[in-house]
Design a protein around this ligand. Structure first.
Ligand code: PLP
Length: 468
């Protein structure tokens, strides 16, 4: 493909994507395919000779589209934080077009510098303490990580390194292996599995902290566990708090947990994968109070991702010490801030989106989702057959039919089978619960009303059959 053909095909592709998104609500949100459907539809080996673009595109319709779950559909209520925007798609195209790998400043100065400044812009939108910004000449700053799991792993590994160094300073004879075998991390019993995975990769023990009636970790519970573990010779070193848990969007009490972590020399990281972006709205910012004492936080940027782009702020990162800082206003080379060395020019997406939405536009985007979620909550509360299972703080509503888990499983099965809307379940205190997440850019009130009508029709049929 030469530049002339790319020009033509590129315009066609933009039309294809615009048509796809404009008409997406007419597609079945959850595909009607069985596992393994794709293999028999394409050859078992890569072609020896080049094929035509037309052939490839034809197969997008024939092979790919029937197996796509349409995350951008307004009928998609399954998982968190899936939105994208046209400015971000265009920035993605530009990023691929520039095709840079900006692992050091010299590898691409614009890539390094824009990411540093964009993360400062974001830090200011979130009203993070100055220590978290790179422009303040401290050790702080932000970096785009590939995923939330990577961000947590980075934080845990950094904490491990810091603790080993710290213990060896007072006890130089003690081996690294011995110290690591005694390290212990903590996270909420409601935390995402990526925290446990990070502990497995990091080779350290982790304990799940029980939560209160709001599914939040409280200071005294953590304090007690830390004391118990210290008494048996463990070295508490890392706590991952969650702001916006995956099952029900609960918030750990970071203002009371931070001081304990500080007193015990425990690195506290916040996983705010879903809820973090909402802190740009003053009404949600109090949930982040106490951030002053934590060591780092990370979250999705829902406005610019298709695959999760993860934003991570640190105000102290030991790995960072091994690299040379280029300028007081630049974070050190980004290759030292994460697992991969190579990095795409993803800050372009932030730059386009921040500028084309503005802070007010981004706030409006979040508020709309929360408002629609509240509307759904009210619909559920107005129906005596259903119950709400957790406080609705942002865009997630956890609900269920009053009755057995089996009944709720049957309802979800019907919802998935009909394919009109897509939801996924979770377990809360051992009970099977349905999650309804409002996250789409094009989700409107009428979609919420239609979704509720559909759910109540299916549940009436189920209840009817039960009593027949
Ligand atoms: N943390 C929380 C609170 C999440 O909700 C999720 C995913 O939904 C993750 C971490 C994992 O995200 P990722 O797929 O980016 O690793």
């Amino acid at each position: 493909m030469d530049a002339a053909e790319f020009r033509r095909r590129g315009k066609e592709m933009v039309d294809f994507v615009a048509d796809y998104q404009e008409n997406i609500e007419h597609r079945r949100v959850y595909p009607d395919v069985e596992p393994g459907y794709l293999r028999s539809m394409i050859p078992s080996e890569a072609p020896l000779e080049p094929e035509s673009y037309e052939d490839v595109l034809r197969d997008v319709d024939r092979v790919i589209m029937p197996g796509v779950t349409h995350w951008l559909s307004p009928h998609f209520y399954a998982y968190y934080a899936n939105s994208t925007s046209f400015p971000s798609i265009l920035a993605d195209l530009l990023s691929s077009g520039i095709g840079t790998i900006g692992f050091t400043w010299a590898a691409n100065p614009a890539c390094s510098e824009l990411e540093t400044v964009m993360l400062d812009w974001l830090g200011k939108m979130l009203q993070l303490p100055e220590d978290f910004l790179s422009e303040t000449q401290g050790q702080g700053g932000g970096v785009i990580q590939g995923t939330a799991s990577e961000a947590t792993l980075m934080a845990l590994l950094s904490a491990r390194l810091k603790t080993v160094k710290c213990v060896q300073e007072s006890d130089p004879q003690r081996s690294e292996a011995d110290i690591i075998s005694k390290l212990i991390a903590y996270t909420s019993e409601e935390a995402h599995s990526s925290v446990e995975k990070a502990s497995i990769i990091g080779g350290v023990v982790i304990r799940m902290v029980p939560t209160d009636e709001h599914f939040s970790v409280r200071a005294e519970t953590l304090e007690k566990m830390v004391a118990e573990d210290k008494a048996t010779g463990y070295i508490p070193f890392f706590f991952c708090a969650t702001l916006g848990t995956t099952p029900c969007c609960a918030f750990d009490k970071i203002d009371e947990l931070g001081p304990i972590c500080n007193a015990e020399n425990i690195w506290m990281h916040i996983d705010a994968a879903y809820a973090g972006c909402a802190f740009i709205c003053p009404e949600f910012r109090p949930l982040l109070n106490g951030v002053e004492v934590i060591w780092g936080m990370s979250f999705f940027n829902p406005f610019s991702i298709q695959q999760a782009m993860h934003l991570c702020f640190y105000f102290f990162l030991p790995l960072h010490l091994f690299s040379t800082s280029l300028s007081p206003h630049l974070s050190s080379d980004s290759q030292h801030w994460g697992i991969p060395m190579a990095r795409r020019f993803r800050s372009l997406k932030l730059w386009f989106v921040f500028r084309m939405y503005g802070l007010r536009g981004l706030q409006a985007f979040i508020r709309k989702h929360v408002e629609l979620a509240k509307t759904f909550e009210n619909l559920v509360r107005g129906d005596n057959n259903f119950e709400i299972c957790a406080e609705v703080v942002m865009g997630l509503v956890c609900f269920r039919l009053k009755g057995s888990d089996e009944l709720n499983k049957a309802l979800l099965k019907q919802i998935t089978r009909t394919g009109k809307i897509y939801l996924v379940p979770c377990k809360l205190r051992g009970r099977f619960v349905l999650r309804f997440v409002v996250c789409g850019r094009t989700t409107e009130l009428r979609h919420i009303q239609e979704a509720w009508k559909h759910i109540t029709e299916l549940s009436s049929e189920l209840l009817q059959n039960l009593f027949d």
